[in-house]
Write a protein that binds this ligand. Structure first.
Ligand SMILES: *[C@@H]1O[C@H](CO)[C@@H](O)[C@H](O)[C@H]1NC(C)=O
Length: 801
């Protein structure tokens, strides 16, 4: 007993598991919905953000910038460098206010609480001839347990010199936050009534606020109200003079009041022309003093090492456009990773909702009666946490299931372990039944961006199971990392593993590749929930096989998306792609293909973790699915794969619309390389009258009567992630393996890689959600650097897999 007590102080170091590197992921630009918002990966903790507006007139103030809005009309905003463990550099071009703002973020490891960081906010006029007067407000608020205090002495007229705060919270422990001006900054000194405001000009203004729990995301409202209140007060004496009001630079200021018990503070600086100021977050346990020199040296070193690593990870061939290709690829990769957010909160689920065709009559028997009774309309769930990439910082700043599998393919190549942290959070969302909501709208901030009719998720509705792609990709990387390295052989057309550079112990974020035991235990930890998820798909999205005179070798494998409306199959991800009439008896080609792919993933992971019986079972299902794709979905007359519908005479028939849907068995590598149907698929894909365009594969045949019609979302435009799937299938299988169509596949692969869009970024400053197939012009949401970032893997010299 005594011995144990003397040993006790040693226990934590002796027995705690070795770190898996996740502490270096604690801080990040995890509020991607904001132009600049840092927070830790902790449910309720320190939230920070940046607001700015121009003070050249009074019109800019109501349009103050904070959350990314397309309506703000910024001329692009882009992380040009971003690494989740190091930090990043972002450029924001605000033409309306004639300012380019650069946000630099540098992580400084050390101590026991996720390290420290420094940020530099700087700006310069976009056009030198025009006025550029900018006011910036940085805020920090403590949510939940803990506190934040202002240490610098308050002054009713503002503060000269640094402003310092101290804080503490259960997870962050003690820390300080300090905001420091560059000596070269210039304040607006001239303008109407300047003499009356001499005491306040050139100072840092501030405010302290009491923000109720759960409202911290509304910090901007508190801040803007305070500025407005102050403005009204100081404007009052000038109101009836019949002269122009005082210059906005002197009026639009925080009140320099701190309420007692404040948990959120704002610090405001206003400048004429170029400016620069630094923010330092020092974790006390790290015991390091950050200064401007930290940023002066650290940021260039970070971008240089990012650049170097990028060129080894994603090399592109030498060509006249090589440099611009790198700049583009680095930016979209940085935006994808800089777009990773941390979300925490409740979502809304309605288990009572369904369409009349969602369930066939027979399924509504006794067993379901109980469930039906339990159905009570939309309800809040328990709060959940999620680290996730986001498709679009302005339009879709939240987690989307089917996008995420694609995101993780790209992220996993850059930082394997980061992709696993994200994957693990998603796996954690799989409920007892095996369901995951396809949109993760966690908390009020996320919800504020979603129209009400889309806020509620339905537990019978699926989305393409792309997490399976992320699992397969990880298994492939893990195998490659432990394979002998003599396999540079198949460079351009090798199969899978050969092209992955071996993870060296020194490359960041690769502990789960270099340590095989660690990798295995990760796969074991996700195996059960993933299987539950797979079983949920097989159970709830099953299609009817015994009816309508259908003949197929397997009596079980047929699938149908639930939750479609007459016009849309949102659950399929290809919202308005043409389908047959809604019917409980229809069968969907894309879903059975996804299930074939998912079965393959389950087979691989079962093999890896040694679940022999399961492996045999998944193999059986996979084979049955491949067979049934032929039996149920191939149309000999049309020479293509089709959906299946039910007509008025209760007969089964093929619903054939040439487009992405027709390619699915090929896209997901389900056809053997000597399939008698492969040639027809490749012809369809390469035909300019159908899917082929100069800018990539279009979603619907140009000859289809609905091409470009209606919402025109999935009726023609080019989607990068689907092109990526085609390139991947060609690269890993059809161009790589000997077969009757290998030559054709190689040729298409080479051409398609050239075509996949990259020029719109140079022209517009944005990466877009989709591209017009006649002009190549970007369309819809922007920036959209979710799966569009897969251009990087598509263009990569030795890896489009
Ligand atoms: C790494 O370790 C942390 C802390 O123990 C844990 O929360 C996280 O899930 C681990 N990551 C993975 C990928 O297993």
């Amino acid at each position: 007993m005594r011995l144990l007590w003397t040993l006790l102080p040693l226990l934590p170091t002796v027995f705690s598991a070795p770190s898996n590197g996740s502490d270096s992921l604690l801080w990040g630009a995890y509020r991607p919905n904001l132009y600049f918002g840092l927070r830790p990966r902790i449910p309720q903790s320190l939230m920070t953000g940046l607001i700015w507006f121009g003070t050249q007139d009074y019109q800019s103030f109501p349009k103050a910038r904070h959350a990314c809005e397309q309506g703000d009309g910024l001329d692009g905003y882009t992380w040009t460098t971003y690494d989740a463990r190091e930090g990043g550099v972002q450029i924001l071009n605000d033409g309306q206010n004639n300012v380019r703002i650069i946000t630099e973020f540098l992580k400084v490891p050390g101590g026991k609480h996720g390290g420290s960081w420094a940020a530099r906010i700087k700006g310069e006029p976009l056009q030198s001839g025009r006025p550029s007067r900018t006011s910036l407000i940085f805020y920090a608020g403590m949510e939940g347990m803990g506190g934040l205090d202002m240490e610098t002495t308050e002054d009713d007229n503002g503060i000269r010199g640094p402003v310092e705060f101290s804080g503490t919270s259960p997870d962050l422990d003690d820390f300080t936050l300090r905001i420091v001006d560059s000596p070269d900054n210039v304040a607006v000194t001239g303008g109407a009534y300047a003499e009356a405001f001499q005491d306040r000009i050139g100072k840092t203004h501030f405010g302290g606020f009491r923000v109720p729990l759960g409202d911290m995301w509304q910090a901007k409202e508190f801040i803007m109200q305070d500025v407005l209140k102050h403005a009204r007060e100081v404007m009052a004496p000038y109101e009836n003079l019949g002269t122009a009001p005082p210059d906005p630079s002197f009026v639009l200021q925080l009140s320099d009041d701190v309420l007692s018990g404040s948990n959120m503070y704002a610090v405001q600086k206003s400048f004429e022309g170029p400016f620069e100021f630094d923010i330092f977050f020092e974790s006390k346990s790290a015991n390091t003093k950050l200064t401007s020199a930290t940023l002066d040296k650290g940021v260039p070193a970070m971008t240089a090492s990012f650049d170097e690593r990028f060129k080894t990870k994603f090399p592109v061939p030498k060509s006249p456009t090589q440099q611009s290709m790198y700049a583009f690829s680095e930016a979209i990769t940085s935006n994808l990773i800089g777009g990773v957010g941390y979300f925490y909160g409740r979502s809304i689920v309605d288990s009572s909702f369904s369409y009349e065709w969602d369930e066939e009559e027979s399924a509504l028997d006794d067993e379901d009666d109980d469930r039906a009774k339990a159905k009570t309309g939309a309800k809040f769930t328990e709060p959940k946490a999620l680290l996730t990439a986001t498709p679009s910082r302005s339009f879709f700043p939240r987690g989307f299931y089917w996008d995420e599998g694609f995101h993780l393919l790209h992220i996993g190549e850059w930082d394997n372990d980061l992709s696993l942290e994200i994957l693990k959070d998603w796996i954690g969302l799989i409920d007892e039944d095996g369901w995951v909501a396809r949109e993760q709208i966690l908390g009020e901030e996320a919800r504020s961006k979603v129209p009400e009719q889309f806020q509620t998720q339905v537990p019978n509705y699926a989305n393409p199971p792309t997490l399976a792609m992320a699992v397969t990709a990880y298994i492939r990387r893990l195998k490659a990392a432990s394979a002998p390295s003599d396999s540079e052989l198949g460079l351009d057309f090798g199969v899978g593993n050969a092209q992955v550079p071996l993870a060296s112990p020194s490359s960041p974020g690769s502990l789960y590749l270099t340590d095989r035991e660690r990798g295995l235990s990760f796969l074991r930890s996700i195996y059960k929930p993933l299987k539950r998820h797979y079983d949920w798909f097989r159970r709830t999205q099953r299609g009817q096989l015994k009816q309508y005179g259908r003949k197929a070798r397997s009596r079980t494998e047929a699938y149908r998306w639930r939750g479609r409306s007459e016009q849309h199959v949102l659950t399929s991800g290809m919202d308005d792609y043409p389908r047959g009439p809604a019917h409980a008896g229809e069968l969907h080609l894309d879903l059975i293909s996804w299930m074939g792919f998912f079965s393959g993933t389950m087979r691989e992971i079962a093999e890896f973790v040694g679940e022999e019986e399961d492996r045999a079972y998944f193999t059986e299902v996979e084979t049955a699915i491949r067979g049934n794709i032929e039996d149920l979905h191939w149309n000999e007359d049309e020479q293509m794969y089709c959906d299946v519908g039910v007509n008025d005479d209760d007969e089964s028939y093929h619903v054939c619309h040439k487009g992405y849907l027709s390619l699915f068995p090929f896209l997901l590598n389900l056809l053997p390389e000597d399939s008698p149907h492969l040639g027809a698929i490749l012809d369809l894909l390469r035909d300019p009258a159908h899917l082929w365009s100069r800018y990539g594969l279009r979603s619907l045949s140009a000859s289809h009567p609905e091409f470009g019609q209606g919402e025109n979302y999935w009726k023609g435009p080019i989607w990068v992630q689907m092109n990526y799937l085609a390139l991947r299938a060609l690269h890993t299988k059809y161009a790589a393996r000997e077969g009757p169509h290998q030559e054709q596949a190689r040729k298409i692969y080479t051409e398609l890689r050239q075509n996949v869009i990259d020029s719109e970024y140079q022209r517009t400053g944005y990466v877009w959600e989709q591209y017009d197939s006649t002009t190549g012009e970007g369309r819809r949401s922007h920036p959209f650097t979710g799966w569009t970032s897969l251009v990087t893997l598509s263009k990569n010299r030795n890896r489009s897999s």
